[in-house]
Design a protein. Structure first.
Length: 293
């Protein structure tokens, strides 16, 4: 019965059910919308369990309907884990809470400082602030001059995506643990860990900020696991030195929000590394560089 209301909400004007793909829910700084097409072919086919250690917006998790028999989302930011728990177990209550939250600078600024009392209130206000802020940073009201977006984006589309994610999360476990404890908890020979930690420079959120993240502790943890890991990082000298003994490939992508700014294209590109403790070079270059010679 819980999904009957969801089904009615997803019907178009012709009465047919309109399927909304569960590809993403929110934008998140460092999200892997542009990188996941490179990551997906590098995930082994024979894994037993799939774990996202720094889940964030879960862009890679939602890229497929199912990665393995066991899927676990983890993030140390309790705002994110609470978000996905409420989406998983209480989507109808969340929709009712957000029903009249229309685009408003005044409401946005109120929610910045009043996070709510219940879990559902907290999630509703967190979603509101993130989805209506500039660049998904949750700091400033997202205004646009010539198109529909920013704080004026469709509220209905957001809730349609939330219901789609609700179905995708059906068998996904949700954890809120330090990365080292999480990895040790779920490590075994058939385990796969996708890691997208705070980068060595650039922006970050308060809970897992770039400036105080222990990159050496992550390396030391990963080098001793029984399972396999795939790691995305900024292309920096520090990262190259830390992971010099592992498989490594280079990728280049548009630099998020900055790709819309004026200037030469080369200044809008961001270089990243994909690192693994199993062979990935041959698959990567065969898939993405075979015609570039």
């Amino acid at each position: 019965m819980q999904n009957q209301e969801n089904s009615n909400k997803n019907r178009g004007n012709n009465g047919r059910k309109r399927k909304v793909p569960a590809t993403h829910l929110i934008n998140w700084v460092g999200g892997k919308r542009l990188l996941r097409k490179y990551l997906e072919p590098l995930v082994p086919d024979d894994i037993i369990s799939y774990m996202e250690v720094f889940g964030g917006g879960a862009w890679l998790l939602f890229y497929k309907d199912k990665w393995a028999d066991l899927e676990v989302y983890n993030d140390f930011d309790s705002r994110l884990t609470n978000l996905f728990r409420v989406i998983k177990y209480h989507p109808n209550e969340l929709r009712r809470e957000m029903r009249f939250m229309l685009g408003s600078r005044e409401l946005f600024e109120q929610f910045l400082y009043q996070e709510g009392l219940t879990d559902i209130q907290k999630v509703a206000r967190f979603m509101y602030v993130i989805t209506r802020s500039f660049g998904g940073r949750g700091e400033t009201f997202g205004t646009v001059k010539k198109s529909c977006g920013g704080a004026s984006k469709s509220h209905k589309n957001l809730m349609d995506r939330a219901y789609a994610i609700h179905n995708r999360l059906d068998k996904v476990l949700i954890e809120n643990r330090d990365f080292e404890k999480f990895i040790k908890q779920y490590d075994h020979e058939g385990a796969f860990f996708y890691c997208d930690p705070p980068y060595t420079f650039g922006a970050g959120y308060a809970v897992t900020s770039t400036k105080d993240f222990d990159h050496e502790r992550l390396r030391d943890c990963l080098k001793n696991i029984q399972g396999r890991f795939l790691l995305s990082y900024d292309d920096s000298g520090k990262v190259r030195e830390l992971y010099k003994d592992f498989e490594m490939v280079e990728v280049e992508r548009l630099n998020g929000i900055n790709n819309r700014q004026a200037g030469e294209r080369k200044n809008k590109m961001f270089k990243e590394l994909i690192i693994a403790n199993y062979p990935i070079r041959e698959t990567f270059y065969e898939r993405f560089h075979r015609n570039s010679a």
